[in-house]
Design a binder for this molecule. Structure first.
Ligand code: IMP
Ligand code: MG
Length: 216
């Protein structure tokens, strides 16, 4: 089981991104170190078992790639596509855009997601996976925004606990952009208000108030 995840302290974003990213919350180096630590915990807990890694598209792309390259246990990999459609600043209904193809009945499953926010996504996916009768399911998320939780759901492995900011990078997007940033950062409020009209999202933008952060 995961020990307490490290807390984050914000820093200036790297120069090429400074106009759009107000603060860097987690650097490439911090991500690399923590993802490696998580892989060690997972390896220890799943030792002697063959696991099925079920990863949620699209936000897990970088995290997943970095995490599983450290794992030496036998594993099979599959994806579930899930999107959130909504109006305003909150996430709306969940829509499954890709279903699981591997049979997980009787298997040890590791569910991987980018961020636990309200918890609706993981809650819903866990219910779906449980119905397939795996031997066990453990949940692994890169980020945990506890302050926004609505569903009573947690994760077995948590990379970082973060405050209530809307973050992008390292796979996480805003209006499908910024997934390619090698770090996790807080989007500048100007970008947020310019893109406010976007209708289809993989997550939910935060209210601008959530973007107020204190200097390190
Ligand atoms: P939920 O509210 O826990 O269901 O989170 C739903 C999804 O919203 C997550 O899997 C992310 O893809 C997205 N999301 C939540 N918070 C953020 C954020 O701060 N930045 C980018 N995407 C987010
Ligand atoms: Mg997601």
């Amino acid at each position: 089981m995961s020990k307490s995840p490290p807390r984050v302290r914000s820093q200036s974003a790297p120069a090429p991104w400074r106009a759009e990213i107000e603060r860097m919350l987690i650097s490439e180096r911090q991500l690399a170190r923590r993802v490696r630590e998580m892989s060690v915990e997972i390896e220890r807990d799943f030792r002697g078992r063959e696991m099925v890694v079920v990863s949620l598209l699209n936000g897990t792309v970088m995290f997943l790639a970095d995490l599983i390259r450290h794992l030496t246990l036998p594993l099979r990999l599959d994806f579930i596509g899930v999107s959130s459609y909504g109006a305003g600043t909150e996430s709306g209904d969940l829509v499954f855009t890709k279903e699981l193809r591997l049979d997980v009945c009787g298997r040890d499953v590791l569910l991987v997601d980018d961020i636990l926010d309200t918890g609706r996504t993981v809650h819903r996916v866990l219910a779906k996976l449980c119905a397939l009768r795996p031997r066990c399911i453990k949940t692994c998320v890169l980020l945990d925004k506890k302050a926004r939780r609505i569903e009573d759901v947690g994760a077995d492995y948590i990379g970082f606990e973060i405050p209530d900011f809307f973050v992008v990078g390292y796979g996480l997007d805003f209006a499908e952009r910024y997934r390619n940033l090698p770090f996790v950062g807080v989007l500048h409020p100007d970008i947020y208000s310019r893109k406010q009209t976007s209708t289809r999202r993989s997550g939910h933008p935060h209210p601008p108030a959530a973007l107020k952060i204190s200097a390190p």
